[in-house]
Design a protein around this ligand. Structure first.
Ligand code: FES
Ligand code: FES
Length: 162
């Protein structure tokens, strides 16, 4: 069946079997490999994407469910110059990346949180990451990177108000 949706700010129209997941459509039909297949059953968050701004496990979403909607993967998160954005730079700066499998989902979870608030407590950051498992970092550095980005963005927002 034909599915029309917005992927990383570009319109997409593609024919896929009706029963496949969003994760399969992204990876196998569109070559978008940022979302990873970990558990395949909604436990790990490696396949996370933003669907209309909300963090979802793309392994649990059927492809036809995104008809007319907006999907953002890690490929759609970048600075205006095309390089890593402030959150991605802070993941690097704070040593929040090891094997990298969880990182696309972690960055998207961070972006989903920062779109809701630029003043999250560390507990709120941890809560926002509960659906995203990392077996490498121990989470501390990931929380540090998101917290630092929240502070930087809130300062920037304050400066822009002046
Ligand atoms: S692969 Fe989707 S939650 Fe693990
Ligand atoms: S960096 Fe390896 S699973 Fe998170």
């Amino acid at each position: 069946m034909k599915i029309n949706f917005t992927l990383n700010h570009q319109p997409v129209s593609i024919d896929v079997p009706a029963g496949i997941t969003l994760l399969r459509m992204l990876r196998d039909y569109l070559g978008v490999t940022g979302p990873k297949e970990g558990c395949g059953v909604g436990e790990c968050g490696a396949c996370s994407v933003l669907l209309d701004g909300l963090l979802v496990d793309s392994c649990l979403v059927l492809a036809p469910q995104v008809e007319g909607r907006e999907v953002v993967t890690i490929e759609g998160i970048r600075a205006p110059d095309g390089g890593p954005n402030d959150l991605q730079k802070n993941f690097i700066k704070y040593g929040a990346v090891q094997c990298g499998i969880c990182i696309p989902g972690m960055v998207l979870a961070g972006e989903a949180l920062l779109a809701r608030t630029l003043h999250p407590s560390r507990e709120e950051i941890r809560d926002a990451l509960t659906g995203n498992l990392c077996r490498c970092t121990g989470y501390q550095q990931i929380v540090d990177a998101i917290e630092a980005t929240a502070l930087e963005r809130s300062r920037l927002q304050e400066q822009q108000k002046v």
